[in-house]
Design a binder for this molecule. Structure first.
Ligand code: C2E
Ligand code: MG
Ligand code: MG
Ligand code: MG
Length: 285
């Protein structure tokens, strides 16, 4: 993008930035057909109980198998889908697939505790009037209990949220769907505000987990996480931690009282069969 720098001077266009803009544009226009052609797929990353190491469920993470560019992560296309509104049908598709997957796990997993499924919700889906009804329909069609589902909404999406925005989440929470506050700790929200939100889970952002890399961890990081965990528990919220990459981190976070963890230390996001295998190994051991 050539930019006028005043007078007759022009900055040269940045070819890489131009290429990125072209790709962005190309990806944006390709999104609707991609959804129709079935180019999206979902990987599942286990959620592990820190106390006993058992697999309790998984987070659904969407990917796009692009015919030219290969597999694209959500950071590449979710913002584009949000911009054009395609996130509403795409998000509905992710929910439908994930709930269907939870149902299959239940069928194959037998009578043990059902594996729970976490699905990310974009702020645009929150303001879409069909959210509650779509969710009810999807759960009913697949015969999955609302208690099996957890919807993740980022802390930043709920900062300063008014009652209109919270109403659909309240309805879902009343039905038994868990609501998790994702990337918690990055949004500078007022902690007292938590009481007002219909959430039952805090997902502590990866940046906190990174502070636990050494053993013993940075004492200030420890104090902060300890404070968040005790506040969360006093409000009856469960605490999940993201981005656990080492055993030392897992151990520190367990000692600090975090309930569930997710990260490469346990497993990278993968196909649904892998989660099923992990859960079975777990039940057998
Ligand atoms: P998120 O919800 O915070 O998901 C966690 C991200 O951390 C995922 O990235 C996951 O692959 C990554 N991760 C997990 N464990 C580790 C670890 O140990 N170390 C590191 N460095 N990273 C780890 P991913 O799959 O690229 O997703 C990025 C974001 O895209 C998600 O962040 C979520 O906000 C969004 N997203 C993914 N799927 C969907 C979806 O279906 N709908 C919407 N609206 N957003 C989605
Ligand atoms: Mg998430
Ligand atoms: Mg997160
Ligand atoms: Mg995150």
């Amino acid at each position: 993008r050539a930019k006028s720098a005043g007078g007759n001077r022009f900055e040269l266009a940045d070819p890489e930035a131009d290429a990125r803009a072209i790709t962005r544009h190309g990806l944006t226009t390709a999104l609707p057909a991609a959804l129709e052609r079935g180019e999206f797929f979902i990987e599942y990353q286990p959620l592990v109980h820190l106390g006993d190491g058992s697999v309790r469920g998984a987070e659904a993470l969407v990917r796009w198998l692009h015919p030219q560019h290969g597999v694209l992560g959500p950071d590449r296309f979710i913002p584009l889908a949000e911009h054009t509104g395609l996130i509403v049908p795409l998000g509905r598709w992710v929910l439908e697939q994930s709930v269907g997957q939870a149902r299959q796990w239940r069928e194959r997993h037998g009578d043990t505790e059902p594996l729970r499924i976490n699905v990310n919700l974009s702020p645009c889906q929150l303001t879409h009037p069909g959210l509650v009804q779509d969710t009810v329909d999807i759960l009913e069609r697949s015969g999955v209990a609302p208690q099996t589902l957890c919807l993740e909404v980022t802390e930043s999406a709920l900062i300063g949220a008014d009652d209109d925005l919270l109403k659909p989440l309240r309805r879902l929470a009343e039905m038994g769907v868990d609501i998790a506050l994702d990337d918690f700790g990055t949004g500078y929200s007022n902690l007292a505000n938590l009481r007002r939100l219909p959430v039952s889970v805090l997902k502590l952002d990866r940046s906190f987990t990174q502070g636990m890399q050494q053993f013993p961890a940075d004492p200030v990081d420890l104090k902060i996480v300890e404070g968040i965990v005790s506040l969360a528990h006093s409000l009856d919220l469960a605490v999940t931690v993201e981005g656990v990459e080492t055993g030392a981190q897992a151990e520190q976070l367990r000692i600090l009282g975090c309930d569930t963890a997710q990260g490469w230390y346990y497993a990278r996001p993968g196909p649904p069969e892998r989660l099923h295998e992990l859960a079975l190994v777990d039940a057998a051991g």
